[in-house]
Design a protein around this ligand. Structure first.
Ligand code: GLC
Length: 501
């Protein structure tokens, strides 16, 4: 071999040896998370649960290590604009104790999240609300079981099944108590998130085998005070238990907040975590929100003044910039602290304020607040409705947001109000305590009181009004409220840590 070619060979050889060392290929196995819930925005929403089910999975799906799906009932009330886009993928029969019921599965990918909708017209094609029917136990027994069967059918076994509230608690009970012979199911870890411990899914003991078809061996976990208690069963059987704020995680260990489950919570406290909810800051954004009379931002609030004037016109209040509008947007139910408002509203209305109340719920509250609005025309307006568009017009047009809840697992309205520059007055409970801190002049993003007492509340409302009348101080607290980070950015990471446990 000629000298030159020898050198060339050696060179080539060396280079061959070099390139032989292939770069290591890391196969990143995405962790698969499936959420089960009874509602999710924007498809179907009656409360805060829907906001969370719409925004947390979306935020988690941005993480490239996670593969995120949500399974929901296919209610007839889901808006046609979405339903039209759903794609039918399969159908099969599901056991609901001794019954065999049809289940159709529809699919729709939305904002990076895979949504599966489970169809059964007998259970989910109903007039009016999505809950509150005599057979809710059976409806969600069907859904909880159908969700597991969908997972098997489509071979989409997750690493983590994340259930929410009582409506999907039975999935954890079926999974841990009856599906464990199947290795694919046995490997699944579960998270149960409690959004409100008041609603536990309690049904007569006769439903144990007749509606849920539970096996005898799990009776001790599921039975509570002589009834079937789905949330209790799932608390006992889940791998991880979470709730929607750190303060609420502590509160539900006490009888005042636990609606009878305090001993069960304490017994399971070793696996309990409290993670504050976030909100979807794109969905609630005063700079782009199409429902608003005018858009605005923290740095330019001129649009908010337009929102205020237009709101006043719309609901029949005198158009005045100098008077503070106090808003209540709430389900009209007792744990929202409405009794405190009832007690002092007339005395509040003697000051130079305007009050607007939007919500629906218990008839006694609806009647009371309607009557007050009738006797204080031009000072108080009450609208009995659950209305997204109007709520955003109020969040943006008001100055002060009142939320004196007796208990509040997390609460999202105080965060939404803050984002729209409407400063919250809250009671220090649950997520209100974790998200709103009293304004001191140098820190804080709202006004707070501790005891469940109407006069303590009135005292801080008056403090908020005094601050409103001091232009510079108001600008400051309003800015602090608007710029508090209520996004899922940090909290989604907390959930990822839970999934990795
Ligand atoms: C429930 C709670 C509320 C919480 C929401 C979302 O509606 O009552 O406080 O913000 O769930 O977790």
């Amino acid at each position: 071999m000629a000298e030159t070619s020898k050198r060339a060979y050696k060179k080539r050889g060396r280079s061959i040896i070099k390139t032989k060392k292939l770069p290591e290929i890391k196969v990143v196995q995405k962790k698969k998370i499936i959420f089960l819930g009874s509602e999710a925005a924007p498809f179907i929403a009656t409360g805060g649960l829907a906001d969370v089910m719409g925004s947390l999975p979306k935020s988690l799906a941005k993480n490239k290590n996670l593969d995120v799906s949500v399974i929901l009932p296919m209610y007839s009330a889901i808006k046609a604009e979405y339903r039209e886009k759903f794609k039918f993928i399969t159908s099969f029969n599901v056991s609901v104790a001794w019954r065999l019921q049809y289940c159709g599965v529809f699919f729709y990918e939305y904002q990076g999240v895979k949504f599966y909708f489970l169809d059964n017209e007998y259970y989910f094609k109903r007039e009016g609300n999505i809950y509150g029917f005599y057979d809710d136990g059976e409806r969600f027994s069907f859904f909880s079981r159908a969700a597991l069967d969908t997972i098997a059918r489509l071979n989409i076994y997750p690493d983590v099944l994340h259930c929410n509230d009582w409506q999907t608690s039975a999935s954890i009970i079926f999974l841990k108590g009856m599906y464990y012979n199947d290795e694919n199911f046995r490997k699944i870890k579960t998270v149960l998130s409690i959004h409100n411990i008041e609603y536990q899914g309690v049904f007569g003991m006769d439903t144990f085998s007749d509606v849920f078809g539970f096996s005898e061996s799990i009776r001790p976990q599921v039975e509570f005070n002589g009834a079937v208690n789905l949330m209790k069963g799932a608390i006992e059987m889940t791998d991880i238990l979470s709730t929607v704020s750190p303060t609420y995680a502590e509160e539900i260990k006490e009888s005042f907040y636990a609606h009878g489950l305090e001993n069960i919570i304490n017994r399971n406290a070793h696996k309990l975590y409290g993670i504050l909810n976030g909100i979807d800051i794109d969905y609630y954004n005063p700079e782009t929100d199409k429902c608003l009379f005018s858009n605005y931002s923290a740095s330019d609030l001129s649009g908010k003044a337009v929102c205020k004037a237009e709101l006043q016109k719309m609901i029949g209040l005198p158009v005045r910039e100098d008077v503070p509008i106090i808003a209540v947007i709430s389900r009209l139910v007792s744990h929202k602290g409405l009794d405190l408002i009832k007690e002092v509203i007339e005395s509040l209305l003697t000051s130079d304020v305007q009050v607007v109340i939007l919500g629906k719920g218990e008839t006694a509250y609806e009647n009371f607040f309607t009557a007050i609005a009738n006797s204080y025309k031009g000072k108080c307006a009450t609208i009995i409705a659950y209305n997204q568009d109007l709520s955003r017009k109020i969040y943006s047009g008001a100055d002060i947001f009142l939320m004196p809840s007796k208990s509040e697992p997390c609460g999202l309205s105080q965060m939404i109000a803050s984002r729209y520059g409407t400063v919250p007055v809250v009671r220090e409970t649950g997520g209100l305590n974790d998200s709103i801190k009293a304004y001191t002049g140098v820190k804080g993003n709202g006004f707070t009181f501790h005891d469940y007492n109407a006069h303590d509340m009135l005292y801080v409302i008056n403090e908020a009004i005094r601050t409103f009348n001091d232009k510079n101080a108001w600008k400051d607290v309003q800015n602090r409220a608007m710029t508090t980070d209520f996004s899922w950015r940090i909290q989604a990471g907390e959930y990822e840590k839970l999934y990795n446990k």
